[in-house]
Design a binder for this molecule. Structure first.
Ligand SMILES: [Zn+2]
Length: 359
């Protein structure tokens, strides 16, 4: 009855010796299972790979981490050469860096340019604006002609607002800010006529060599004591507050007492120069001049930066890059923190960068 029952293709009767047909079927089944397994494994691998496609491959990620660790331990890390180079450059002070390519002319720009009897002012009022319309009510200005670099007025306003809050006076007056080459010529010639060249040079810069031509300088006088051509501000009494605290606003007393040999000028209690907070802090705390500050910075490169600790979150790295004379200069800067580059007006660039406060 059952003899006519159709057997499935894969049916093998194991109670009897296998026929050639049965052996062939068995081989076929085994091969089919193997093929299916391989196909499955291959599909899983594909899916796994696609999940990682959007992030850097695991090799790159571990490479970056290794290079950070290596930079702290000063070891060579066994990672891709590209990553190693970065760790070599940044030498652990920044998370990540990039390179800027700067032309030689850039050394003549910035808050830290050195202008004195040896180094001529490279600009002539390009960034200066009239102070009268932008000043606050805490101080006065002699007239509309008094102008200043547009970016530093905010710091002058803050300083004299705070001075008025603390001392209750608003009689400080800005007698001079930016002074043009032509104006300086006139002043120098008049002074020479009055006292002779030698004496004149102790007080007045030759045309082209006045720091006032930068627009980064202020001469103070007092409002109620204005006399033609004379300065009444001596930085004593209640005004000592300004001379003591100006660095907190980025200003330094440019010609301090006892530094005449370095600055080339007699002590001027009224002449303030903007250099920015980090430089002003270092210069004031160490009792040095801008000339000496630049000398110090020149001994630091990105691998051994000068660390300025102004307390709290005010920490900066400062380093120097000598400029190429005939080609562009590569300047390495942090990618993820604030920085400022200034030329020194002599031979290179000063980079001042915030120190990352890592959590
Ligand atoms: Zn001055």
């Amino acid at each position: 009855m059952n003899r006519t029952k159709k057997k499935g293709f894969l049916y093998v009767d194991l109670s009897k010796p296998m026929t050639y047909g049965d052996q062939f079927k068995l081989m076929f089944i085994i091969m089919f299972i193997f093929c299916a397994l391989f196909t499955l494994i291959y599909l899983f691998t594909l899916i796994g790979g696609r999940g990682k496609a959007d992030t850097p491959s695991s090799a790159e990620v571990s490479g970056t981490e290794t290079s950070h660790a290596a930079s702290h331990q000063e070891e060579n890390s066994p990672v891709a050469s590209e990553v190693s180079v970065v760790s070599e450059i940044n030498s652990g002070i920044f998370d990540d860096v990039e390179k800027l390519s700067l032309g030689h002319d850039e050394i003549y720009k910035g808050d830290l340019i050195l202008v004195n009897k040896n180094y001529k002012c490279p600009s002539d009022g390009e960034d200066a604006v009239s102070l009268m319309e932008q000043k606050t009510g805490s101080y006065a200005v002699t007239d509309y002609d008094v102008s200043l670099n547009k970016d530093i007025i905010v710091y002058l306003n803050q300083m004299l607002d705070d001075f008025e809050d603390v001392q209750g006076e608003n009689d400080v007056m800005v007698a001079c800010g930016y002074r043009s080459y032509d104006n300086q010529s006139e002043i120098f010639d008049n002074e020479v006529e009055e006292v002779g060249v030698e004496e004149a040079e102790q007080w007045v810069a030759r045309p082209g060599y006045s720091e006032h031509q930068t627009g980064l300088v202020i001469d103070f006088t007092l409002n109620n004591d204005v006399e033609q051509g004379s300065i009444k501000y001596d930085g004593t009494g209640i005004y000592e507050w300004i001379n003591t605290n100006s660095y907190k606003y980025g200003f330094i007393l440019r010609y301090p007492y006892g530094k005449e040999e370095i600055t080339g000028y007699n002590y001027e209690s009224w002449h303030f120069r903007y250099v920015g907070l980090p430089a002003a802090f270092y210069i004031t705390q160490n009792g040095i001049t801008l000339e000496e500050y630049i000398d110090v910075v020149r001994t630091h490169d990105i691998n051994s930066p000068l660390l300025i600790d102004g307390g709290g979150e005010n920490k900066w790295y400062v380093y120097y890059v000598t400029a190429n004379e005939d080609s562009k200069t590569e300047v390495t800067v942090p990618k993820n923190s604030n920085y400022k580059i200034s030329g020194d007006n002599v031979q290179g660039f000063i980079v001042t960068a915030d120190v990352d406060i890592k959590g």
